[in-house]
Design a protein around this ligand. Structure first.
Ligand SMILES: Cc1cc2nc3c(=O)[nH]c(=O)nc-3n(C[C@H](O)[C@H](O)[C@H](O)COP(=O)(O)OP(=O)(O)OC[C@H]3O[C@@H](n4cnc5c(N)ncnc54)[C@H](O)[C@@H]3O)c2cc1C
Length: 396
């Protein structure tokens, strides 16, 4: 996310002059090698994020042979058959779009953004952020390689953000008591450029279509179930996966290691302080079941870059609280709404068994029957609803 804000700002010329932007990143990744199998960490890039990445000039490096467009989503609850009525289907064709987005490796997005930032004249600092001192004129930043001075510091350093702590900002944490298992699997039937998601009583299982015909699975399960799945042999794991997926894609076979992530929700009550703004996971971490973490962070980056450029054009201090609070108001309400909706899906569809859960399960098939409701949710999946940063809006 830091690379996205940095690339957008480095490209912006205000009154003919470029902004001076440095990106502090100790672990800049290498792009995946041509022909290498897909990384296990992949993300679903929405249309709004794609547009933003185009604005940052990062998209051409992402949209190559390793990007996998997905044209439809099939969502169902374990109480109905995978191929029966009651399966909610979102199809890009219903809204005249070629696809709903792209599944890409997280590393490819990171390397493309860093390359775009450098091409725009940005300064990459391969260092670790250490500390921060704020005064009336600017911020002094100490890193493992030296010192920098800036009018604005963007904390895009993830859930354990050191910038957040150094600025005296806090974070509220709550535990879902679930673990996400991520892996790549081969399936007997082709994925048909479709993202598949099944809600079960112990969690949510998603299959995301990859460029080489395999699928990335994100299986968010209650801790005890996930621990057993992580410890199972590859054959037993595939067997459990076949049961949990109701063989929607036929028999499965693990073709990568399994990675496990404990799932926690994180909310920073304040995203900003004098001369400091938080973006991405440093400000908010949500449940991965809707695959929206990266998309929300990219839109944070677009919103912040837009407000900073506007402030500089007005000869206003981009690190002032007036400018940064406008960013916080804009993004906090969007993210609170998204986080609450995803938590409701998790509570009622993935875990619940009471009357509200049964209602939610029936809701999936009702939704499928209403073209208008389906279109509404497709627009949300494309990320083209809500108040978008200018750079994330598609030119018509
Ligand atoms: C299992 C799982 C599946 C997910 N699936 C999806 C998905 O399908 N779609 C989606 O949109 N999101 C998904 N997410 C969420 C997504 O991965 C995160 O929201 C996203 O990676 C956050 O990006 P970030 O840049 O804010 O933070 P991070 O990715 O954590 O990056 C932080 C950066 O800060 C740097 N850094 C850290 N400390 C320092 C320091 N002291 N000095 C300098 N640099 C530092 C690190 O090197 C790193 O580059 C998933 C999450 C999980 C757990």
């Amino acid at each position: 996310m830091g690379a996205c804000v940095a690339a957008l700002l480095a490209r912006a010329a205000v009154g003919g002059a470029a902004l001076r932007v440095a990106l502090i990143e100790p672990h800049a990744p290498q792009a995946p090698a041509a022909g290498a199998p897909p990384d296990t960490r992949v993300v679903a890039i929405s249309r709004a994020s794609e547009t933003l990445l185009r604005s940052a000039r990062a998209w051409p490096a992402i949209a190559g042979p390793r990007a996998s467009p997905y044209e439809r989503m099939r969502i169902w609850h374990e109480s109905v058959a995978a191929d029966g009525a009651g399966v909610l289907v979102f199809d890009a064709a219903d809204v005249g779009e070629p696809n709903l987005g792209f599944i890409v490796e997280n590393r490819l997005v990171q390397t493309a953004l860093i390359a775009a930032f450098i091409a725009a004249g940005g300064q990459l600092e391969p260092a670790q952020f250490s500390s921060l001192t704020i005064d009336a004129d600017g911020a002094s930043i100490a890193t493992s390689r030296g010192a920098l001075r800036a009018r604005l510091v963007v904390g895009a350093d993830g859930a354990q953000s050191a910038v957040r702590a150094a600025a005296g900002l806090t974070a509220e944490l709550s535990d879902y008591h679930q673990t996400a298992i991520v892996a790549t699997v081969a399936t007997a039937r082709p994925h048909e450029r479709t993202a598949w998601q099944r809600f079960t009583k112990t969690g949510t299982l998603a299959f995301l279509p990859l460029f080489d015909g395999t699928s990335s699975i994100v299986w968010s399960a209650d801790e005890a179930v996930a621990a057993a799945l992580s410890g199972a042999s590859a054959t037993d794991f595939a067997h459990e996966l076949d049961r949990a997926s109701d063989l929607a894609l036929g028999d499965t076979r693990l073709v990568s290691e399994r990675s496990a992530f404990a799932l926690r929700r994180l909310t920073a009550p304040r995203y900003v302080a004098q001369r400091v703004a938080l973006v991405g996971d440093a400000a908010h971490v949500i449940h991965p079941l809707a695959g929206q973490g990266v998309n929300l962070g990219l839109l944070d980056a677009g919103a912040l870059a837009q407000l900073v450029v506007a402030a500089v054009a007005q000869r206003e201090d981009p690190g002032s609280l007036r400018v940064l609070r406008a960013y916080e108001r804009w993004r906090k309400s969007e993210i609170a709404l998204m986080a609450a909706s995803i938590d409701a899906f998790d509570r009622f569809l993935a875990h619940g068994s009471g009357p509200l859960s049964r209602l939610a399960q029936r809701g999936l098939s009702w939704m499928n029957r209403s073209e208008e409701l389906r279109r509404f949710f497709i627009r949300r999946a494309l990320g083209v609803s809500g108040e978008l940063p200018e750079l994330a809006r598609r030119a018509s």
